[in-house]
Design a binder for this molecule. Structure first.
Ligand code: BTN
Length: 340
């Protein structure tokens, strides 16, 4: 079923796409070696003119391809563009990412995923966009979404009581922090409730939206934004100071496709764990968190509280011990970690 025009989901001539991908795979496998047009034509079972046309199509996608008469073709540059076939290559998840909708630009992947979910989209369907014009953050804020990062939303249909829904965001934070650690070899941490931090700065965030009946969840959309390769000066000065990117932290451009695949793999792993026993997710959240044990200021609708972050409860709320010895439980807000 096609919900929205998706340029990658249903190519007009799938067999043409297949040859282009095959040529790309052969060229990638040969690394810096040239592959002759004749060899490409033979391996694909098409004419050399058709090979040339596919090479031109790859160039239009941003690939740098050197063509030398009597030697053939080789790739000189890979574009930093997400491609559906690359994302799916080697992705062996059963639920998350079984259906992927990839767009060059949308208002908000969360908004689109909520619409798709309302129309019956399958559990695990993922909406990805190269950029967003109306990205949404927590507490009604905007999420600036220039090119070069990751913006995705996953549709989930968990059969759990509504009061446990906030745990889905914590589960997502565990999955994203684990994926960043695995793909980029950096010590990503979680700041309550669901900010992803590196070297004391924010590198990602999660926004969960839900549709529910009286006592039943219809669907949840888990939105993830990760700052990967964008230039920090794409952000206003005040946000720049508090933000980092994976490229800045590692000193090199990150492979967004590999990172995205890892996010989908970790989401599947932690979603399964969550449905089996949510305590396992809470334990992992505690292991990856940077909030508990610190003096914090929590600002929210009811003003600001200051105290020591003690624990999270079974619904993912933060328990703070105030200086007068009493404890408060907070369900939503912004945490600043103070020097103790
Ligand atoms: C936060 O405020 O920290 C949460 C940010 C969540 C941003 C992501 S980007 C993909 C998805 N689509 C949106 O509009 N928001 C989320």
């Amino acid at each position: 079923m096609l919900y929205f025009p998706d340029p990658d989901a249903r190519p007009l001539y799938p067999e043409l796409l297949m040859y282009k991908e095959k040529i790309l795979n052969i060229l990638r496998a040969s690394h810096t070696e040239f592959v002759s047009g004749e060899e490409l034509a033979r391996k694909c079972g098409i004419s050399r003119t058709m090979v040339w046309k596919h090479i031109k199509a790859l160039e239009r996608e941003g690939f740098g391809i050197e063509a030398v008469p009597s030697r053939g073709y080789r790739i000189t540059n890979e574009p930093d563009t997400l491609r559906l076939s690359d994302i799916k290559q080697g992705l062996r998840t059963k639920v998350v990412g079984k259906e992927i909708h990839l767009y060059p630009e949308v208002a908000s992947t969360n908004t689109l995923a909520m619409e798709m979910a309302a129309q019956g989209a399958t559990e695990g369907a993922v909406v990805i966009s190269e950029m967003q014009t109306g990205g949404k953050g927590r507490l009604g804020r905007k999420w600036l979404s220039p090119k070069g990062n990751l913006y995705l939303s996953v549709i989930l249909r968990p059969d759990i009581p509504i009061y446990k829904a906030p745990l889905i965001t914590l589960m997502g934070a565990v999955a994203v922090a684990s994926a960043v650690r695995a793909a980029c070899e950096v010590e990503a941490a979680i700041k309550w409730p669901n900010d992803i931090y590196l070297s004391g700065k924010k590198v990602g965030g999660l926004l969960t939206e839900m549709s529910a009946e009286q006592d039943r969840i219809r669907h949840v959309v888990l939105g993830i934004g990760l700052d990967v390769n964008m230039k920090l000066d794409a952000l206003p000065d005040d946000i720049q100071l508090l933000t980092t990117t994976l490229a800045v932290e590692t000193g090199k451009r990150a492979n967004r496709t590999a990172l995205l695949r890892q996010v989908l793999i970790q989401l599947e792993r932690w979603y399964e764990a969550f449905l089996r026993n949510d305590a396992d997710v809470l334990n992992e959240w505690e292991r990856l968190n940077m909030t508990l044990g610190n003096r914090v200021a929590v600002s929210g609708h009811g003003g600001t509280l200051e105290g020591r972050a003690q624990a999270i409860d079974g619904e993912g709320r933060l328990i703070i011990k105030l200086d007068d010895g009493t404890s408060r439980t907070v369900a939503a807000g912004d945490v600043t970690i103070l020097k103790s």
